[in-house]
Design a binder for this molecule. Sequence first.
Ligand code: ZN
Ligand code: ZN
Length: 293
Amino acid sequence: MKRFCVRCGVEESKDTPIIDNLCPKCFVEVKGIVKPIDFIEIESCGICGAIRYNGKWYYPTTPEEAKLIVREVISSRINVAEDIKIVSLDIDLGRIAEGVANIILKISIHGKTTMDIVKSIPIRWRKTICINCRRRHGKSYTAIIQLRYLNIDGEVNKFIDEISEMFTDFISEISEVDNGFDIKVLDIHTATKIVEMARRRWRYVRIVESYGDVMRRSDGSRYARKYISIRIMNIKPGDYIVVSGVPYTVLSVDGDVVRLLNSDGVEEVMPMDILIKGYSKFRSKRKESYRSG
Ligand SMILES: [Zn+2]
Ligand SMILES: [Zn+2]
């Protein structure tokens, strides 16, 4: 009497052996081939691109080398169900930039039959700093973000908490200064991300970038620190402001326009972007001292 698959009813044949009362197709569906895995995390250095595998840092010099290491990381995480042996394992990294790796497995079940399985696994990159970069940078930093507000605002402290948690490995120091914070960042990439976050957080910011003096690292290479000034333009009614040389008192802020009162008692409506470009001095209603923009 011929055996058949208890799940789908297919009869046993040369190409379809019955294993544990199941055909190969049902066998892999019931047993699961690759043990459930939500994603594979790959740790890489945000400064030099080194990749961590088994606790060790590897320093690829070509994209091909990098792919070899990524393959090792991925294949080390693939576990198959019991009764199944991996005959060959290919990893297609064509969509790795989108965070997906395609695993192409050839498996054998009880040594009786082989099957090809294709499976997509999400890849998550975790950016940290490798041992070499940590040593080289030490306490130094390559960018300093000078975040300044016009009026003290709970959002600013929230923002500082968020970035210090999010970029903990890339920020060497955050210090509170008059009307804001200085954020010392190890790499330009992280600095750019923080600037983008600030841009999204506050509708009106004025950003000015400049470079400091050229310096030398201990390994002899030269670099210049980047200074990024982010001025959060959170003006409030009652503030005093000088725009293009004319002093005003702020009456109200209404979306994109600000109503101002000049010293002759004449009201003026000014678009926010013109105010941001032209303002030079500012005094908060709550502060006594003037400061320059
Ligand atoms: Zn079946
Ligand atoms: Zn590194």
